[in-house]
Design a protein. Structure first.
Length: 286
């Protein structure tokens, strides 16, 4: 059994990105620049955005953080998005989700210039990705496909079962895994699915993006399967400074011995998702 080291792969690729970013900066006299809009003070969102800004610094991108309080109006957000859309010094930007309930998230997403939508939330970019046109690729799905390739994991003709159909993980991942390049046979499980255990147990590659700690137990995993854990549930912990620790969807201790490859949480998919945002930002200048 091999534990897939997302930190190691992300570090290697970050070095490649840093070299390309340096060249771009020399050529155009301006560093690549990623901006983030963050609304409110949710602990999870704050920490994700801080990590993204730190990642930018590591590879030599400039970054900007634009903050609003929870009571921000839609008009104020649209104004900020408009400024970023029209600022030629900003290559890409993200609006960290979730947004407060009085803000219509989809309207906000659709206000982003697709050419700067490095999160790949805009329907134009989602559509391009779905039909295999050159485009940005959703961060977590891109990160997962890179991990599979770097570990030389065969996907062609394999049964790939994905738990979860979210717009940012399960659904785009199902498309990538079924496209010619990955060439897998894909099943997507969701809250309406029946026989979940049996279907998971038939998977050569099992990818869980449910957000439920310990959902995937050893009896749901075939001997020799590849297990990719996308879960990142923050659970209280007295062992960490922040008072939280991350839990994946997989009962790692009991599932790992059955696997050929498995990703840990933390240190598996998470660093690759962050990396993918940098890769999409690099793509803005292609
Ligand atoms: N909230 C949870 N994941 C993400 C993400 O990948 N991008 C943004 N913008 N918000 C998120």
């Amino acid at each position: 059994m091999t534990i897939i080291d997302g930190n190691k792969v992300a570090k290697e690729i970050k070095e490649e990105i840093a070299a390309k970013a340096k060249k771009i900066k020399e050529e155009r006299g301006l560093a690549l620049h990623l901006a983030a809009i963050l609304v409110g003070h949710d602990g999870g969102s704050e920490s994700y955005v801080n990590f993204k800004m730190k990642d930018c610094a590591e590879v030599g991108f400039d970054s900007s953080l634009i903050r609003f309080e929870d009571n921000v109006t839609e008009e104020e957000l649209f104004e900020a998005i408009d400024k970023l859309n029209n600022n030629s010094a900003i290559d890409g930007f993200i609006v960290q989700l979730p947004l407060p309930r009085h803000i219509k998230e989809q309207k906000v997403i659709e206000a982003i210039n697709p050419a700067k939508d490095v999160d790949v939330f805009h329907p134009v970019n989602v559509g391009k990705m779905m039909i295999g046109l050159p485009s940005f690729v959703s961060a977590t799905p891109l990160g997962i496909t890179i991990l599979l390739k770097r570990y030389n994991i065969e996907t062609s003709g394999k049964n790939c079962v994905i738990i979860g159909r979210s717009n940012i993980v399960g659904r785009p991942l199902s498309v990538l895994m079924s496209q010619k390049e990955m060439n897998a046979t894909v099943t997507v499980l969701h809250s309406g699915s029946k026989n979940i255990k049996e279907i998971c147990a038939s998977a050569d590659i099992l990818i869980s993006a449910m957000g439920k700690p310990n959902f995937v137990t050893a009896d749901m995993v075939k001997d020799g399967a590849v297990v990719i854990d996308v879960g990142t549930t923050r659970i209280p912990s007295n062992q960490t400074k922040s008072g939280f620790k991350l839990s994946g969807d997989v009962d790692f201790e009991n599932v790992a011995p059955k696997c050929s490859f498995i990703t840990p949480v933390p240190g598996g998919v998470g660093p690759m998702t962050r990396l993918a945002l940098l890769l999409n930002t690099l793509e803005t200048v292609r």
